[in-house]
Write a protein that binds this ligand. Structure first.
Ligand code: GLN
Ligand code: ZN
Length: 763
């Protein structure tokens, strides 16, 4: 019998129940017991749903009140000092203190642990911290409790643990620098203990996630894998381990992984279908192979007969007893249930599958393989029909767009002249002072702004009234900026709900869901748009707002766009053509917008690319290819303008060192970056490289509610001045100001302008 497996179910609840419960608890509206009860309800519902769908291998311990890596840290007692913990079970409050810090709350002054991106997803995990003398001890029985909880409901589960090597690799050393892998031997006994307790409860298999197998690993990490799993095997814990990789091919970790003494190996065959062939050749006959064929990272419905075509020969060759069909990775990364989308175009809807539907797909594959295709004939036919319809639907395929992409020439991605000549032309036209001041785009999204948007969406406020309101906000923002003495103004982005959604709603090829939430981190969820078809721009998107704002001032008004890579990166992207091609389509749509803005008299246009670095593939060998097309797409969108039109770009916090050549290659006339918090350290990449164009290193940390003083910002500018040529430097905040209040922004920007004036005066 081929088993069917799911690697993880989204924990947030179809109606975001987890968010309401955790936030309610934080506010004091819910007791701890009520919060725990909500967790139990969600788990029970999700287990039941998978059982009823016919999934045989159902995960437990995939639930979390905040983050699975934080859960693992609590499990092994990796709780840094100060979080009110001295051994024993980690309390809910210590747990949430690590997750969120306690600053600003009664008596608390703790910082949260650092948070960072989970591989190449838009999920963020809490980074465990280790000291050199870090001790580990079993400090949470969560995996065992949840296994038992399911068992009591009559559901036998396969607990999920983050593997010991990935756990250490995902963490960081605290205080002094050392390699966390040196802590491995102290960590393994805790894993042995957990596995033994799980075995005692009746668990037979454990899914041990080692997502770091998707990364370039050195010899030290390979050795760590070998010794960790040898140790676990030696301990004879009584459970079998399904070593689980996902997000990329095993690549040069494959030989090592196949040599580990584990009972099963999971492969992500959506991201890396080609690795199956070689694994089949090299894997021991008795190794259970879990074939991750249903995409856990995207929202598309599978072409099940096509998947069967690939799996059936494997079954014929290897027999069905050592095979599992599964999701490619945890379904954490997709929304819960497509059925809730009652307003989605039915045709588009028929091409989609969210977590609940993906569970069904796995089950159908299992039946087809075990009972023969005839047993699920209807479901297979429906799946194939949907795939066929999607391949040819005019909703997706726009010949004009495809032809335009095909006709792109290299010259279209090049400005007419080099930076030196453009700079001259821009100086003559713009007549800006030295160290020009500007902001990144958005101004405070106040209560009133959000209320007006909500009222407009509900139909309580009509279009005309909403527009008047936004015009008024824009006008007030322009006046404020003039009073502050800023040199390059922005309109404030009051009309935008979100920097991706605002554009997605105006471009064809994009769809939006009502309930399609996925966890970004903790109780923060996002609803990524679905980029399903060829992208075109039916009409200008921002020109009215930018020209209106420009009409209110003699200072240059900066047009504000979200860049092609970011529009791609923060969406669910169609899987029927290379991402690169979709990105080019977006770039061409933006190119038209850039051109229209220029024609409307906008002389400075900023194209934001905060997700540029995020798009880097997990493996270095794939970087160059990505960087080439990503840079090319940015240039395709921006290079349409005349020399004297100034192109800006903006990136948020990023490591730039290893991609600085590509950043320079984007050839924006000005780039603004986040540098305030790192005290300009992040500028180092630009300095050593001698970045040729102009740069606005952020001097105002917009993430903190405090107002930076003139001296502080002048000091940061002095540091920038040491690293850059004087005529390269712009003065601006780290990022947009939408999350701040005017009470904070007004004095901060006034100070920023003063700091620039000091610098001009040579102070
Ligand atoms: N222009 C956007 C803003 O100011 C940029 C946001 C971002 O970088 N994430 O809000
Ligand atoms: Zn930013």
């Amino acid at each position: 019998m081929i088993q069917t497996a799911n690697l993880g179910f989204p924990r947030i609840g179809a109606r975001r129940e987890l968010k309401k419960a955790t936030e309610g608890y934080w506010k004091g509206d819910l007791t701890a017991e009520e919060l725990l009860e909500e967790g139990r309800k969600l788990r029970a519902r999700h287990w039941q749903l998978q059982k009823e769908a016919g999934i045989q291998v159902i995960p437990s311990n995939d639930f979390s009140f905040y983050d699975q890596v934080l859960d693992a840290a609590a499990m092994v007692g990796a709780v840094p000092d100060g979080y009110d913990w001295s051994g024993g079970p980690v309390s809910l409050d210590s747990y949430f203190a690590m997750a969120r810090g306690t600053r600003g709350r009664a008596g608390g002054d703790l910082q949260a642990l650092e948070m960072t991106k989970w591989f190449d997803t838009n999920y963020h995990y809490m980074v465990p911290e280790f000291t050199r003398d870090q001790a580990f001890a079993l400090s949470s029985t969560k995996p065992i409790d949840e296994f038992r909880e399911a068992k009591e409901l009559g559901i036998h589960t396969r607990p999920v643990l983050i593997g010991p090597v990935s756990f250490l690799l995902l963490g960081k050393s605290k205080e002094e620098a050392f390699d966390p892998l040196t802590l491995l031997s102290g960590l393994i006994p805790v894993y042995v203990e957990v596995l033994k307790q799980l075995a005692a409860e009746g668990a037979d298999w454990v899914q041990i996630d080692e997502p770091c197998l998707a990364l370039d690993l050195g010899d030290a990490a390979h050795d760590a894998f070998r010794s960790a799993y040898a140790e676990l095997a030696r301990a004879d814990t009584g459970v079998r381990l399904m070593l689980t990789s996902y997000f990329a091919e095993l690549g040069d970790n494959q030989g090592m992984a196949l040599g580990l003494p584990v009972d099963g190996l999971h492969l992500d065959l959506v991201r890396a279908p080609n690795q199956l062939g070689e694994v089949l050749v090299q894997a021991q006959r008795d190794l259970v192979l879990s074939l991750g064929v249903i995409d856990g990272r995207n929202v598309w419905r599978s072409d099940l007969p096509a998947i069967l075509e690939r799996i059936e020969p494997v079954v014929a060759e290897r027999g069905s007893d050592n095979l599992v069909v599964a999701t490619s990775c945890s379904l954490l990364h997709v929304p819960v249930d497509l059925e809730l989308e009652t307003e989605l175009d039915p045709e588009l809807k028929s091409w989609l599958a969210f977590a609940t539907q993906k569970i069904d797909e796995v089950a159908i594959l299992g039946r087809a393989l075990n009972e023969g295709r005839a047993a699920v004939e209807e479901q297979l036919a429906a799946s194939a029909d949907a795939a066929a319809a999607r391949r040819t639907s005019p909703k997706i395929h726009d010949t004009a767009v495809k032809e335009r992409v095909d006709a792109v020439t290299p010259a279209m991605a090049r400005r007419a002249h080099g930076f030196a000549e453009r700079r001259q032309a821009q100086r003559e036209l713009l007549e800006l002072p030295a160290f020009p001041t500007t902001t990144i785009g958005s101004f405070p999204q106040t209560q009133e702004v959000r209320r007006a948007r909500a009222d407009h969406a509900k139909g309580v406020m009509d279009d005309a009234a909403y527009r008047d309101f936004l015009r008024h906000e824009t006008e007030a923002a322009v006046q404020r900026q003039e009073r502050m003495g800023l040199d390059v103004l922005v309109h404030g982005e009051f009309e935008r709900n979100d920097m991706v959604q605002y554009f997605g709603e105006q471009l064809s090829g994009y769809a939006f869901t009502r309930h399609g939430w996925v966890q970004s981190f903790g109780s923060r969820y996002v609803r990524p748009p679905i980029l399903y078809g060829d992208v075109a721009r039916p009409r200008p998107m921002t020109v009215d707002w930018s020209s209106y704002a420009q009409s209110l001032t003699d200072k240059p008004m900066k047009g504000m766009l979200t860049g092609p890579v970011t529009l791609l990166q923060w969406s669910f992207v169609r899987d029927d053509q290379p991402r690169e091609q979709t990105c080019r389509q977006i770039a061409l749509a933006l190119r038209d917008e850039v051109s229209d803005l220029e024609r409307a008299g906008i002389r400075i246009i900023q194209i934001d690319e905060p997700a540029f670095r995020e798009g880097l593939p997990l493996r270095r060998a794939d970087w160059q290819d990505y960087l080439e097309w990503a840079v090319d797409c940015f240039r395709l969108s921006s290079s349409v303008v005349a020399d004297e039109t100034q192109i800006h770009t903006h990136m948020c916090y990023s490591e730039f060192n290893d991609i600085i050549d590509s950043i320079a290659d984007m050839d924006a006339d000005v780039i603004s970056i986040e540098t305030a918090r790192s005290k300009m350290e992040l500028l180092e990449a630009f300095t050593t490289y001698r970045y040729p164009n102009e740069i606005g290193p952020g001097v105002y940390d917009i993430h903190a509610p405090r107002c930076p003083s003139v001296e502080e910002m002048a000091d940061l500018l002095a540091r920038a001045r040491e690293r850059l040529a004087p005529d390269q430097i712009w003065v601006n905040p780290d990022c947009g100001l939408k999350t701040r209040s005017w009470e904070e922004v007004d004095p901060a920007l006034t100070n920023m302008v003063k700091a620039a004036e000091q610098l001009r005066a040579g102070g």
